[in-house]
Design a protein around this ligand. Structure first.
Ligand SMILES: Nc1ncnc2c1ncn2[C@@H]1O[C@H](COP(=O)(O)OP(=O)(O)OP(=O)(O)O)[C@@H](O)[C@H]1O
Length: 302
């Protein structure tokens, strides 16, 4: 468990983190989403004690905090940050990197071969990392953290530069780690992917965290509650609002129109669908509000 208590960080007179209080529990994947330069890495750096907050504290498990060097060593046995590609040594092989991480955290050695197999790295793991492509380096960084096997894992842009197959493989591994009770915090711009596996997602704005399910109640449930229409002509949109004043209809900055049909009767649904078809609108589906929709709503508000 990680508890952030009233964390405040100010850089050059700007509040990057403003009085943030939140608890991240075992067995959950947390998504952190925000435009570049908002403060996601700073938040992770505070959790690792690489950045000292001006106010507040970070507490782990049984009240352990960064109050001494000895405590920091203990905490860093519990939490790890995914290494960056620039942390790799070009003259060492991938396997050597994994062995170093495994010994540093004194984890089960079998995890090395298991992780190599799970990430399909067998064909290059014994080669020097200087010969790796970007995607191979990224996979190795992820593998290093998995091998460290800490209770809590922070991952900044874990999917960077990976092809769709690798994104899927890593998503499955994250879900498996979650089922083992790990706390995993992922900062990502791959919204469609993130919403598939994250249990709670936070948007970050003006130094504050906002839980996405508070912006859109029911977001984390998988029910289909919304008719989504791509690029509905303005005139039809206005007519639609007039014709169905009882329904919540909104057009987002990304040009998607959402009609909330949660609680609508089947007659109402049939009428809406018939109405769209009468107006030659055929590109629509019954779905749910996506993270991308909410991102557009939240960050691109006029
Ligand atoms: N050590 C520092 N000194 C001064 N300003 C900093 C420092 N670290 C970060 N900042 C500033 O704090 C803000 C947040 O940076 P941060 O790296 O946390 O953003 P981010 O959300 O992780 O961005 P990205 O998505 O690009 O990785 C930025 O404006 C950045 O310039």
């Amino acid at each position: 468990m990680i508890e952030l208590k009233e964390i405040g960080v100010r850089f050059s007179g700007r509040d990057v983190l403003k009085d943030i209080s939140v608890v991240f529990k075992p067995g959950e994947i947390i998504g952190l989403v925000a435009p570049n330069g908002t403060g996601k890495s700073t938040l992770m750096n505070v959790m690792m004690n690489y950045v000292s907050p001006q106010t507040g504290q970070v507490i782990f498990n049984n009240g352990l905090g960064y109050t001494s060097k000895k405590n920091e060593v203990k905490i860093h046995q519990l939490i790890s940050m995914m290494p960056d590609q620039s942390d790799l040594y070009n003259y060492l092989s991938g396997r050597e990197h994994l062995k170093i991480y495994s010994s540093m955290w004194n984890s089960n050695k079998q995890l090395i071969d298991q992780t190599i197999a799970a990430l399909d790295m067998g064909s290059y793991i014994n080669k020097k990392t200087g010969t790796y492509s970007l995607g191979m380096r990224q996979r190795l960084c992820f593998a290093m953290q998995i091998v460290s096997d800490t209770q809590m894992m922070l991952m900044d842009e874990v999917m960077n530069g990976l092809d769709p197959t690798q994104v899927e493989i890593i998503s499955r591994i994250l879900e498996k780690k979650k089922s083992e009770g790990k706390t995993i915090i992922v900062a990502s711009h791959l919204l469609e992917n993130l919403e598939k596996y994250a249990d709670r997602i936070f948007f970050f704005k003006n130094g504050e965290l906002e839980l996405v399910s508070d912006l859109s109640p029911g977001f984390e449930q998988k029910e289909l509650t919304t008719i989504r229409i791509e690029e509905l002509p303005d005139a039809v949109s206005k007519l639609l609002c007039k014709e169905f004043p009882e329904l919540d209809i909104q057009t987002l900055p990304n040009q998607v129109t959402l009609i909330n049909v949660q609680g609508a009767t089947s007659q109402q649904l049939t009428r809406v669908v018939a109405y769209l078809q009468e107006h030659s609108v055929t590109e629509f589906n019954l779905g749910k509000v996506s993270l991308l929709d909410l991102y557009s709503m939240y960050y691109q508000k006029a």
